[in-house]
Write a protein that binds this ligand. Sequence first.
Ligand code: ASP
Length: 334
Amino acid sequence: MHPIFIAASALLAAAEAAPPVTIVIHGGAGALERGRYSPAEEAAYKARLSEALDAGYAVLERGGPALDAVETAIALLEDSPLFNAGKGAVFTYEGKNELDASVMDGRTKAAGAVAGLRHVKNPIRLARAVMEKSPHVMMIGDGAEEFAKEQGIALVKSSYFRTEKRWRDYKDALKKAKEATAAEKESAVARDFKYGTVGAVALDAKGNLAAGTSTGGMTLKRYGRVGDAPIIGAGTFADNRSCAVSATGWGEYFIRLTIARDICAQVEYGGKSIEEATRDVIHARLQQSGGDGGVIVLAPDGSFVMDFNSAGMFRGVKQGGRKEVAIYRDAATP
Ligand code: ASP
């Protein structure tokens, strides 16, 4: 065969084999029973998820890195008052907003994380700056905000994050907590008042994976509590050799079980598919431990999973001509 034909068919084969650029996002998991939101509210959530998918996918489509797609999609969700991240974050026991986020690059396994922020408009951007512009992986509180200033990352007044809806949820939760017995407290309060953490995983044209997560944490959190979202290996993990994961749910359980890393480890060491690994971690290990929540998982071949053991999870995927956005368990009639 003429060398040109050989080269052309090799190119064709490579193009056929190239995994499709993909973005998968979530907007939090929890007791999202059908009927919890009005049709108008559901439509608003879906519209914003859809917008975030389009923005992240556009980055990938023009050949941009998975990290940029993840940051773009998450920043859009942080800017929306609907989700518990950035604007619209839940309130701490003292009535403040404290934000956590992290990001990981599957190619280099570099990671950046921030926690306990009160003035950073887009925590995901600061997490990325920690990863790329500092020798550290994690920064918290005032120090992290000082670094944000140095890096020219947008800071806002703490009142920027407040929404009336979250304030009402906070007041309700506070009332319930004060009435609850000690035993009831952990389960009732933690279960009822946590929705809307956001996350994204992406696969770019070069075959690189990235993952990111951003949250306001859990309503009524106290004493500088930090959840799983900024903990690499718990709420976020990415490695080109296995998978990229972003989690949402009851953070204490996700930390103890190192959920994101466990899924990727089962793929890497155990030879499992991401479906099998996720099923084991979410429906066996997390379930048995008493925790709840979900994950989005993306593999280097473009296969993905969006799974949870709670009633629902805001979620979506865009890959080639396929685009889906869903809230409840039954994906056929989301
Ligand atoms: N995982 C978050 C946390 O524990 C909350 C959530 O995802 O809803 O801070």
